[in-house]
Design a protein. Sequence first.
Lengths: 653, 316
Amino acid sequence: MRVGVFICHCGSNIAGTVDVAKVAEEARKMPGVAYATDYMYTCSEPGQKEITDAIERDKLDRVVVAACSPRMHENTFRRTVMKAGLNRYFFEQANIREHVSWIGLDKELNTTKAIEEVRMAVAKVMKNKPLFSSSFKINKRVLVIGGGVAGMQAAIDCADGGLEVVMVEKSPSIGGMMARLDKTFPTVDCSICILGPKMVDVAQHDLIKLHAYSEIAEIKGYVGNYQVKIRKKPTYVDWTKCTGCGLCMEKCPTKNAYDHFNFGAAPTRAINIPFPQAIPKKATIDPNYCRQFVKGKCGVCAKVCPTGAINYEMQEEFITEEVGAIITATGYGLMDMEKLTEYGGGRYPDVISGIQYERFLNASGPTSGHIIRPSDHEEPKTIVFVSCAGSRDKSCGVPYCSNFCCMYIAKQAILTKDHIPDSQSYVFYMDIRSPGKGYDEFTRRAQEEYGAKYIRGRVSRIYPKGKKMVVKGADTLLGTQVEIEADLVVLATAVVSAPGAGQMAEKLHISYDTFGFYVESHPKLRPVETNTSGVYLAGACQGPKDIPASVGQGSAAAAKVLSLFSKDMLESDPAIAQVNTNNCVGCLKCLKTCPFQAIVEDTLRSGKKVAKVIETVCAGCGVCTSTCPCGAIQLQHFTDNQLLAEVNAICQK
Amino acid sequence: MSTQKLKEIIKQVLPDVETVICWQEGYDKLNVTPIFITSPEQVDQVVWNPLCAQNLASYLPSQKKKVAVAVKGCDSRTIVQYMQEGLIDRNNVVIIGIPCKGTVSKKKVQKAIGNEPVEEVTFTDDAIKVKTPSGEKTLALADVCPTKCTSCQFPTPIVYDQLTGDAIKSDKPPESVYADVVELEGKTLEERKAYFASQFDKCIRCYACRNACPMCVCQDSCIAETRDPHWITQRNSLDEKVMFHMIHALHLAGRCVECGECERVCPMEIPVAKLKKKINKEMKDLFDYTPGVNPEDKPPMYTFNVDEAKIKEHKL
């Protein structure tokens, strides 16, 4: 075997703290190594030519490049060795940048570790086997999970590109958070007026199939061929008959149902249509409040419904859709303000959350656009906004910035002045974060033109005093304590991941961070891809994001799907599990532990029962290989012997 | 005595099954070996006494047709575990349960009589009388029983179709099962390392423990002897010996039914079950799971759960 080793300087990224010449010199002494050299930028065109030339000149049959992470350039070098006639799995990349040069400053130690990394890669590459991928057909339909603005944009772009789209929305109407907003910053244009046309586009597009009030029950399959089981929740209203007239809502005797759309800003009826522009504009019964369900008798809505759409016996229903790619646009959630006990949210009626205030501002909200104090329905004159209510606060478990609160507080302060000209708004802030186009000018306008008083400092306590709420906080610019007697306090509660985000990620087999936000493939260069091929991200499910960013990402995810589907066949990854039927004892432990259901029982001609891997379903995670007691199931390119070769290489000198 | 009852039951079930697996006298009075009964004439050879230590349930997964098997309480856990892991079809097994007050370790007896030839063995309720050329010796059963019997929780089989006598309840406290593990846990890392090194160093890699283990599924494909994958070499060193025992212990994680066969067969008297018991104790703490006690249980290592109540590193 003739291994070639190429040590990359990566400019000074590696050469700065690793003696690359020494690594090459040591590599030359390693068993199997026929050629070793160091090069300024191995990934550059001349750097790659160096590899192809050496393969030809020195008759190399294996190649090791010691450079950056394989996540950066593994594909580059695989293509390079392929060009020179080698199987692309005869290449190994030793990561001496992220794993060595970037993490230590001691040149001698770094050099030693780099040599070890190379030694391991050389040992492994000599055990590598040629692998070949096969190709398979793709189903050119796309699933969009979530009907918020990001999901809608992705769906419309995909459908306009000629793809069939299946959209699944868990609530009765699409529209998401944006449908709840009164106005949008920094233009202060009506939110539903600009969102409405998009919602109509989704509803009317021939290629978009909408499943509202539905959830993802199960996802099976792999890129190109997913089977998605969708749970259609019972609405107790036959939507094929419901005309959305709203008569049932008017007559419903239950007036204290929780209003999910208005975030509990005011109670609603047990049967309701969330908002006038809802799509689909159909009624849904909340069985937690409906008297027919709670007490077993009522039936008012069934009596008044002119089309006889009410069906209390409705059951949940499961349907299966087959798609080739998935765009996840599940959005975000808001921190429960009751968690912030010192602010009294939930305890005092006049301390409300930003989204509740937004609903008060909105003409179709619970107060028809009149700002009121929830306690006595009077018009508030002094309104205090508390930004970073939970955000940037490790003790609340939210160390990150919620991204758009600074902006919507400025917007709400402006709108407050518009609604109540003799009102005075105060804003407690930590920093004003307004880096978008026209954003900083907007926050200045709130202060300079609309007279909102901005106080830099945090609020320590909010407590009632007569009819007022006392907001006690620090003014760090003046270095004093301040107390403001407010009529209404609005908390900009922290943005958190959507409820159930983790479970959804598990169904999708994508990664998520400790906060439940989904992790992109690369924070800069692959922001809408996930590490699971065929699954893309759009909107705030990836992290707090404002509308323009969500829409942009929705379009970007659609572009990714369109480019994926521009091919008719996809190549499979050969680095998957394979069963050695001679060794397999048929205990089928692998079948039970496989997270992808990629293993089935098979009977050989001899009658012996063995495990069998469904190649296209296997994701190459390796759970089966670590479960198999006799090592009969091996992950190709990461076999026990290949890994043991690496272990032996560093343990034996 | 239940031996008579056992023979009656065997005669009764024999027409319905291919084979009845039971015990018979071995090459001398102190030895008992398995017997595979296929005809009624063989039934008279059947014995049942505290020397019947072998776990006959181990034969079940390799049986192709319907068989009957005689099991003690401890052996029945093997059957339960087989059922959990889908290694046997319960409909193809007739279980003859024998309530057992404790077995005898042949090795302990041999030691006590100085390895003399055995002429006669008789039992009383709590003692074994062994006649040798140099005289008769009476040994208390409690002194010559295997370790597992001192903390037996299941004197009566957990599953059975027929029972040869009245069910017995355990009189041993549940804490006693892991008393030796707890004692070991109290020692320092160095002491434990020294202990295991001294024990495993005796290993001659005969693989008797593995071959006797009812839960070892790999049989001839054991990775201790394969080159692909090549996890251990045949080199005679402590490292390789420890590696083998670690592999066996880990392959039994959440599966070891504590039948004690590995220790019974070890020619070097290595406490091979200790590591496995330690893992069982951990499994109990982590997953509240005891192998081989409830046929409806799912072995935790045979499932893929993202969220585990007691594993904190991963929370949804």
